[in-house]
Design a protein around this ligand. Structure first.
Ligand SMILES: [Zn+2]
Length: 516
C-alpha cells in the first residue's frame, strides 16, 4: 500500500477551483496528475510553472473535451477522474456554443470514455448550485433532492443540469457528484467589475459561499481518504459543497463586505434598482455539513477571507482616498450600460429579461433609487421575516421542501409506493410494475405530466431531484407552465413568481432573449 502511486486525471485544472485542487492534491506524494488543457496563454504559463515545480508528477496534454479521442486519452489507465471543467457566466452567456461544448458535450464524452474502459477509474463530477435556480427568504435553506430549476436565460445552469444527468444516467460504477456553490477567490472582485453580471445577484438572496482553498482541501481529502480505504458512504451520491456557517450570508452583505475593502459600501456605490429581484441562484445548504463531517475542509470565516484579500492587494487602500461617489461614477455606473446589465434591458425594452428578472417593467419601476424605500432582509426590514432566526441552521427544518415520498424510513425500505408517490408529487407516474425493495440504482420508467416517458434510477429522481429530461432543454425555460402541473416545482416556484405568469423564456438562433 505504502508506495503505490495513483494517477488522477483532471479537466478544468487551469480554472480558479482547478488550480487550488492541483496545489492541494500535489501535497499527496503518491499522486500523479494527468491534465487536459485547452490551448491558451494561461494554460501555457501554468504548464511551464507546474512542470518546473512538480516535474514528472504532472503530465499535461493539450486538447479539447468536445473531442471524444481527447477524453479517452485523458481517462485511460487512471485511478480517478475529476471533471472540473466548466464555462461559467459571463463567458457562458457570451459564447453559448463554447459553454455547451464543455458543460454538456464534454461531460458526455468523459462519461462515455470511462464507460468504455474494461477497468474504470472512479469519477468525481463537479456540478453547481446554479442548477437549483432562485431562492429568497421564503425558502432560504435547501438540500440535495430539492427541485432543479435553473434560472431563465442561464445557459450555464441549464447546461450543467444536462451534464450532471449524463453522469447519473451513466454505466460508470463508482461516481460522485459535487454541487459547488459560489466560489470566493482572491481576484473575484476585480474579475467581476467588468460585466453587468454582478447586478444579476439579488440583494436579498441567501448565499453560502466557499473559498477556492476549501474546494482544494476537500478534493485532496477525498482522494486521501479513499486511498486509505476509509471512504465509506461517499460514492454513488450527490453532495452540496458549501463553506458552512461562517460563509452564510446574503447578496447585500457580500457586496457590502467586498466594497468595504475599498472604503465603500453597497449603499454608497449602488442603487437598489440596479439589481435583479429574482431569477438568480444560491441558497444556504442545510446539508453542506455532510461533506465537512467526512472530509474537514471548511476553513476561516468570511471576514477573514476578505481581510486576506485586502492584505494581498494593498493598493485597494488607495481607493479610500477617493469619495464614494467618484468610485461609483468611475467603476459601477459605466457597468449599467453593459449588455449584461438589467438597467440596460429596461432601457432597451428587453421584455424577456425584464420579466424574468423583475416580473414586469412596473415591478422594476416600483423599486426606485432610494435605499430608504428598499427592504433589506439581513437588516430585518422585510415584513414577516426575522433574518437572525432564519439564518440559524435549526430554521432549515421549518422551511424544508417536500421530496414527495416517505423520507423517514431506512433507505433499504424504499418501495414501489414511494416511487409512485414521488412521481404523483411531480405531476406524473412511475410506470414500473415490479420493484426490488431498496433498489435505488436500477433504472425504472417514468412519465411526466406532459406525457414524456424516460428512464431514471430512483436515486436520480428521489434523492438527486432530477425529473423529466425532455422538459429541460438548452436555451429554453418553461417553468411557469411546468410548475402549474408539478407540485414538487410549485412549492418553490411561487416564492418569486405568480400563478398568473405564463412565460416561455428562450434564446433564439441569433442569440436574442425572447419570451412567448
Ligand atoms: Zn417532460
Amino acid at each position: 500500500m505504502e508506495n503505490k502511486m495513483i494517477t488522477v486525471a483532471m479537466t478544468g485544472a487551469s480554472g480558479n477551483m482547478g488550480q487550488a485542487v492541483v496545489k492541494k492534491t500535489m501535497e499527496l506524494d503518491y499522486v500523479q496528475l494527468r491534465l487536459l488543457f485547452v490551448e491558451g496563454k494561461r494554460e501555457r504559463k501554468l504548464e511551464k510553472a507546474w512542470k518546473k515545480q512538480y516535474g514528472e508528477r504532472v503530465e499535461i496534454f493539450f486538447g479539447n473535451m468536445k473531442e471524444f479521442e481527447d477524453c479517452r486519452k485523458l481517462v485511460e489507465n487512471t485511478d480517478y477522474v475529476v471533471n472540473m471543467a466548466a464555462i461559467i457566466p459571463p463567458m457562458a452567456d457570451k459564447y453559448p456554443e463554447l459553454a455547451r461544448d464543455v458543460n454538456v458535450t464534454g461531460v458526455k464524452n468523459v462519461v462515455t470514455a470511462i464507460e468504455s474502459l474494461p477497468i474504470q477509474p472512479k469519477f468525481i463530477h463537479i456540478s453547481t448550485v446554479a442548477i437549483y435556480g432562485n431562492r429568497d427568504y421564503n425558502h432560504p435553506w435547501g438540500r440535495v433532492g430539492d427541485p432543479l430549476m435553473p434560472s431563465a436565460y442561464d445557459e450555464y445552469g441549464t447546461g450543467k443540469l444536462i451534464g450532471e444527468r449524463y453522469v447519473l444516467d451513466s454505466e460508470i460504477k463508482t461516481w460522485a457528484v459535487l454541487r459547488q456553490t459560489g466560489m470566493l477567490y482572491e481576484k473575484l472582485l476585480m474579475a467581476n467589475i467588468s460585466d453587468g453580471l454582478m447586478f444579476h445577484t439579488c440583494l436579498n438572496v441567501p448565499i453560502e459561499w466557499a473559498s477556492d482553498n476549501d474546494s482544494g482541501v476537500l478534493l485532496r481529502n477525498i482522494i486521501a481518504k479513499d486511498y486509505e480505504g476509509k471512504n465509506r458512504g461517499f460514492w454513488k451520491r450527490v453532495f452540496n459543497i458549501g463553506g458552512g456557517k461562517a460563509y452564510r450570508t446574503t447578496g447585500y452583505e457580500t457586496f457590502d463586505m467586498g466594497f468595504g475593502m475599498i472604503g465603500g459600501s453597497v449603499e454608497k456605490f449602488m442603487k437598489p434598482n440596479w439589481h435583479a429581484t429574482r431569477n438568480f441562484h444560491c441558497m444556504w445548504f442545510s446539508d453542506s455539513d455532510e461533506l465537512e463531517r467526512k472530509f474537514h475542509f471548511q476553513s476561516k470565516s468570511l471576514a477573514e477571507f476578505w481581510d486576506d484579500v485586502k492584505n494581498k492587494n494593498k493598493y485597494f487602500a488607495l481607493a479610500k482616498i477617493l469619495p464614494a461617489s467618484a468610485i461609483s461614477a468611475m467603476i459601477f455606473k459605466p457597468l449599467l450600460r453593459d449588455k449584461n446589465s438589467p438597467y440596460r434591458w429596461i432601457r432597451e425594452g428587453n421584455e424577456g429579461r425584464t420579466n424574468a428578472f423583475f416580473g414586469s417593467k412596473e415591478q422594476w419601476e416600483a423599486i426606485g433609487e432610494d435605499w430608504n424605500n428598499f427592504d433589506v432582509w439581513n437588516k430585518n426590514q422585510v415584513k414577516g421575516h426575522d433574518y437572525n432566526r432564519e439564518i440559524r441552521h435549526s430554521y432549515a427544518r421549518k422551511c424544508r421542501l417536500s421530496h414527495g415520498y416517505n423520507e423517514n424510513k431506512p433507505m433499504s425500505e424504499l418501495s414501489l409506493k414511494d416511487l409512485q408517490d414521488a412521481a404523483a408529487f411531480r405531476g406524473g407516474k412511475c410506470l414500473a410494475k415490479d420493484f426490488k425493495k431498496g433498489d435505488w440504482y436500477t433504472k425504472v420508467e417514468w412519465e411526466c405530466a406532459e406525457g414524456h416517458r424516460f428512464k431514471a434510477s430512483p436515486y436520480t429522481v428521489l434523492k438527486a431531484g432530477h425529473w423529466c429530461p425532455h422538459c429541460i432543454q438548452q436555451s429554453h425555460w418553461d417553468f411557469d407552465r411546468l410548475a402549474k402541473k408539478n407540485p414538487f416545482y410549485a412549492q418553490i416556484w411561487y416564492d418569486t413568481h405568480s400563478q398568473k405568469e405564463d412565460a416561455h423564456y428562450y434564446i433564439d438562433r441569433k442569440g436574442n432573449s425572447m419570451v412567448a
